[in-house]
Ligand binder design. Structure first.
Ligand code: CA
Length: 187
């Protein structure tokens, strides 16, 4: 059959419709993923600030676990260099025991549990040489967990691990033990 301009037009319209459907499906999946991030009780809520000392709040997002890495801008209106992050969560402790916490960070990180400082390593540093650790006895149940992070320049990265009680060594702090704070305390 001879191909005519009319056939080409019909075919192009078909491809256009398929592409539109694919774009709509991708948008829907992205929205569902975003909603799941906010509605799921697991994870933490992070506010991203311009400036390495929490100068101006610019963005809020959810973290599934306390493991983060970013080579470029962390959020709209925030530059790659000189930004900070304040993370709010609740730590679910499955059993009363002494727990060990360890951090690696590029650059600074601080951890508080129930408002009491646990790790304070706030400086410009290389991720692999930044290791800090601390231990604390924690009772079973929920504890308030606060993490602050800053990037002075270049790439940014951090990881928080814990172990103790039934938690095996080198476990990245995440679900089901990392829980979001109540809605009223998230902002
Ligand atoms: Ca850095």
């Amino acid at each position: 059959m001879k191909t005519t301009w009319r056939h080409i037009g019909i075919q192009a319209a078909g491809w256009g419709r398929t592409l539109a459907w694919l774009a709509a499906a991708a948008l829907l999946a992205r929205t569902a993923f975003w909603l799941y991030g906010w509605l799921s009780p697991c994870g933490a809520v992070a506010t991203i600030y311009r400036g390495e000392a929490f100068q101006k709040a610019r963005w809020i997002c959810c973290l599934r676990r306390l493991e983060y890495g970013c080579e470029g801008r962390p959020a709209p209106f925030v530059s790659r260099d000189r930004y900070s992050m304040r993370i709010k969560a609740r730590l679910y402790v499955p059993k009363t025991a002494v727990y060990d916490f360890a951090t690696l960070s590029d650059d600074g990180i601080r951890i508080r549990i129930d408002g009491q400082p646990l790790i304070d390593n706030w400086r410009e540093q290389d991720f692999y040489r930044s290791g800090r650790s601390a231990s604390r006895e924690l009772s079973a149940g929920f504890h308030e967990l606060g993490v602050e992070f800053c990037n002075f320049r270049g790439a940014a990265r951090f990881r928080v691990e814990w172990c103790g009680g039934p938690i095996p060594p080198r476990t990245v702090l995440g679900p089901p033990y990392l829980c979001k704070p109540p809605w009223k305390d998230r902002w």
